[in-house]
Design a protein around this ligand. Structure first.
Ligand code: N01
Length: 498
């Protein structure tokens, strides 16, 4: 940004997952050193620390699921496994000297804005006063437990996939899994190879596209590490393919949608021969309405002798197992809940209050919305990373975070230079932005008759309905008129940075 920097900010980052690490790196590169990173757990990694279920992997190619400034020629597979991704984030944090800076096992409990500053109280009862708060708490980290009567009464072992119980050996056991989303498909593909007896409880069938995994040989890794341009090319190729197929297919482009639909339907036709099983696995909604599942193993797993697909609706859960509406009890030793996450909880249950003591629940009482997914009117100098309507889906969430991080740094620069007294989007700007989003939703596939975690309580998709390129373009230069210009009475007058 053009002007001399007058103010020097203090910033608190909540969460040391992929986005928190990224934000800390970028802030330091921008010359901001007064950074506090609070992490509720004992190590970095966020979703990759929490999800350790069998088969956990990233279904976005690893060379794209990598920070742009820290390529990793050593990825073992096209689709990196969870522990390797976790290792990558730990390594980046170590290389950057962040591990010593992060306050581990310390959650943010209270975050109140008053007198022009954010006043924070942590789980260790520490108090902090900062200029900016960045919420990097991720989208999918509050497990959703199914509202099925009797769930608590189950007599065997039971857990959510994001809280995997590694103490229980599944071999020889009768295992049930509820759900057939991306997580369940990875779990089923893996555990069906053991000698457990697996019943899959499917409420809604899913479309699955098969993209084979591939192991990188040592020779390939060496070639990639010796030639960064080869690595960069690989990344660009994956980005190009994902943007022009999966991303366009769901946002209204006809040809990409035809192509992806054909891929999903052919996958089912070719790989599930039994017509009865195929009928049960055939969704009744358009491809891409729910997040597409990328798996070359799921259909094979569903046809193993030890795997049974149950599509009769669940009535309740008893001490013995799952009872379906036909009155049959499916007796189980272990019940796995692959029932997804509550994506609209974001930073909650934190006690977050903006200007005039307004709580986040009050601000979001009618609808969970933000300006450009990031700024919430009434919450000055607060940034919600990967907030509502970020262009999530079958694309690299790291690439999204990088765009948002650069945008936030531009906003902080406007504050540093004094062009903005505080960084607070106006209510009017938020409404215009959300009207613009709504105008684009009609042509997307998410509104074409399925239930998914993309939809909010009103049934509106909390997604980005336009192209990736448009999204990037719109974050290049902040629109000054969309922000509050009148300094609120409580903001300190501008003073030169020390
Ligand atoms: O969760 P989901 P997920 N009774 O919400 C079923 C990301 N991810 O953890 O479809 C019976 O997709 C529910 O049924 P239905 C990715 O973004 C990424 O699998 O609602 N069933 C559904 O089958 C993904 O989209 C990777 O009818 C019930 C399942 O549970 C997101 O995480 C890997 C039920 C929930 O599916 C979430 O995926 C894995 C009930 N009461 C995940 N309640 C990568 O590789 C729920 N279900 C990057």
């Amino acid at each position: 940004m053009a002007n001399a920097q007058i103010r020097s900010p203090s910033v608190a980052i909540i969460g040391a997952g992929m986005t928190g690490i990224l934000m800390a790196i970028r802030l330091r590169e921008a010359g901001i050193s007064d950074i506090t990173i609070l992490e509720k757990a004992e190590k970095v990694g966020g979703t990759w620390r929490e999800n350790t279920y069998p088969g956990v992997a990233c279904d976005v190619p690893a060379h794209m699921y990598t920070y742009s400034f820290r390529a990793n020629p050593q990825w073992s597979n096209r689709f990196a496994h969870g522990d390797e991704i976790q290792g990558y984030f730990e390594q980046v944090a170590r290389e950057q000297g962040l591990s010593e800076q992060i306050r581990f096992n310390e959650a943010l409990e209270q975050c109140h804005y008053r007198d022009g500053k954010w006043h924070l109280t942590t789980s260790k009862d520490a108090q902090l006063v900062v200029d900016f708060v960045v919420s990097a708490t991720g989208i999918l980290h509050h497990p959703a437990y199914p509202d099925i009567p009797g769930l608590e009464s189950f007599g065997g072992d039971s857990w959510h996939t994001a809280r995997w119980n590694h103490d229980v050996d599944l071999s020889g056991k009768r295992v049930g899994i509820i759900g057939t989303g991306s997580t369940a498909c990875q779990v089923i593909s893996e555990i069906s190879e053991t000698d457990c007896d697996l019943t899959v409880f499917q409420r809604t069938a899913q479309w699955v596209v098969s993209v084979p995994d591939k192991e990188y040989s040592e020779a390939e890794k060496t070639r990639l590490s010796r030639d960064p341009s080869r690595l960069a090319l690989l990344r660009r190729r994956y980005a190009f393919v994902l943007r022009n197929t999966f991303s366009k297919a769901v946002t209204g482009s006809k040809l990409p949608h035809l192509l992806v639909s054909w891929l999903a339907k052919r996958n089912l036709r070719k790989n599930v021969r039994d017509p009865e099983l195929r009928a049960k696995l055939t969704p009744d909604y358009p491809v891409g309405c729910k997040r597409l599942i990328i798996s070359s193993r799921f259909y094979e797993a569903m046809q193993r002798d030890n795997v049974h697909l149950e599509t009769t609706a669940i009535n309740n859960i008893s001490e013995q197992g799952v009872v379906t509406v036909d009155g049959i009890t499916h007796e189980l030793d272990v019940l796995i809940l692959a029932t997804g996450f509550k994506p609209f909880d974001f930073m909650r249950p934190m006690d977050l209050r903006g200007r005039d003591g307004v709580t986040i629940d009050e601000a979001w009482e009618k609808k969970v919305q933000a300006y450009r997914s990031i700024c919430i009117p009434g919450f000055p100098n607060f940034f919600l990373m990967l907030g509502p309507n970020s262009p999530i889906g079958n694309y690299s969430v790291i690439a999204m975070s990088e765009v948002q991080t650069d945008y936030v740094l531009k906003l902080i620069d406007l504050w540093r230079s004094g062009e903005l007294p505080t960084v607070e989007a106006t209510e009017d700007a938020k409404q215009r932005y959300n009207a613009y989003l709504k105008a684009g939703m009609g042509k997307t596939v998410w509104v074409r008759g399925c239930q998914s975690w993309y939809l909010d309580a009103d049934g509106d998709p909390a997604m980005w309905p336009y192209s990736w390129e448009q999204w990037v373009h719109e974050h290049e230069v902040p629109v000054l008129d969309d922000f509050v210009h009148q300094p609120p009475a409580e903001v300190e007058p501008l003073r030169p940075a020390a």
